[in-house]
Design a protein around this ligand. Sequence first.
Ligand code: GLC
Length: 575
Amino acid sequence: MNRRTFIKGAIALTAAAYISPSFGNKIVFGAENFKWWQKKPVYQIYPKSFLDTTGKGTGDLRGITQKLDYIKSLGVSAIWLTPIYVSPMVDNGYDIADYTAIDPRFGTMEDFDELIAEAKARDIKIVMDLVFNHTSDKHSWFLESKSSRNNPKADWYIWRDEKTNWRGIFGGSAWQWCEERQQYYMHTFATQQPDLNWENPDVRRALYAAANFWLDKGVGGFRIDAIVYIKKPKTFVDGTPDAPDGTCAVHNMIANTDGILDFLHELKREVFDGHDIFTVGEANSVKPKELKYWVGKDGVFNMLFEFSHVNVMFNNGDEVWHRSKPIKLSELKKALSNSQAATKDSWYPIYFENHDKPRSVNNFFPHGSDKILAAKALAIILFTLRGTPFIYQGEELGFTNTQFDSIDDYDDISSHGAYDLARSDGLSDKEAMRFVQKFSRDNARTPMQWNSSANAGFTTGKAWLPVHKDFVTWNVEVEERDANSVLNFYHKLSALRNSSDVLIGGDYAELYPKNEELYIFTRNLGDKKFMTVVNFTTHKVNLPDKIFDGAKKVLGNYADEKNYLRATEAAIYEF
Ligand code: GLC
């Protein structure tokens, strides 16, 4: 047993004596029994688009440090940073060339240490993104691996003489020919993101060492990227390149392969155990009923971002944008309720947005909905479901999708893959663009809007992605001044949720699951009860029963009260 493992074991034993009642067995209520990351929301930052302090057009770490008081005002316990490591930025940092160095575009290691310290002074932790399925093709490991078939790292990636017909997640083949080795390497995502070979223990050791480097720096946890793809099947055989339901082959063939949990338990033992951190895995295709193997007492992570509610417009785990269908409210509700049920003895990360998804107002509310009412309605759900709310930068301001007219104006690599796939499936440029505009990840990546000055105060230079056209009326400064803004609504909701035992730990129960207009659920704890009611339509809806009887309205997106729900109306009631 090495020193680290030994110390971890000792800490784990001591920790067991005080074991949190919030895992495994039934929760013992009282907010004091919850972990720090259960009691408050988490704020997600896409550093490239947050705040630029140098005028180069891209955000940096100092920009985040400057805005810590703003972030603290949202009542959060932690900030999750998407990757800030050295990267060629083909996939905006998810193609890592050095796991333990800061990309100069974001600043220096001193800037990072300062961020950790300043955040700590405000009782906020910094959570890092671990991208362990793949590296950049410019990582020294890959450069060595591809140089010959018999170098020390020859087996660190997935090399084969033959390729299969699998399509990759960003479009095109999942295999790339390499001249030096006269072999193909596999890439689940972009060509420049070769998949690591997790079967090789040296690879795993190197990855664990990288994660432990950040723990030694004092980070508060990890979001673990694309984790369902790390285990590959024993043999690679052709799948249908594009199955009739739209599933892309690489996802179909490798996601959640048997044996994956053995790797993950090792990661937990070697990195997570013994630290007061939280971990949240990104796990497209893990079904709610499988969640028990992934989270909680017998699982690996504290929480899991599964995709069932955000992908409800797609037929499966894969996302072929031009084959999306209109959302049926009962299906969205079912996805949320299934996840709530599957994590009732563990914990759930509640989210509607992140850097990969369109803005939630556009995504979940019908065209024509009032954007401010819709943003507040989603916020009510975000803060009243059971779990930790994850707020994505700009969501607290009610940001909406952007729109570029030509595919050439989109930066997001997956938008280009999706466009090409739509065109090869016979869609016209105009039709293909309609789906890109709707689903592009750039919708979530336009710069933060701080004020009404040039570039919304994001940069004094040329913003890397155009600022949203509405920034003059829609920004932090304007919303801070407006008592009825989405931002001030978030402040109220966060204060309400963070101080309520019922909203933190109470049981979830859905009412009227088949109703296609309203989402109604309760949170119950002993004899205390909250009820959330949301009208997802743009018209007046009568209530199915006298469900408000005996209830007091706590907060809503309309100030007054009726005995029916107006367009996009949402409210929280207390009994
Ligand atoms: C995850 C990230 C996404 C990235 C992909 C490949 O899904 O959230 O942004 O492109 O993994 O690393």
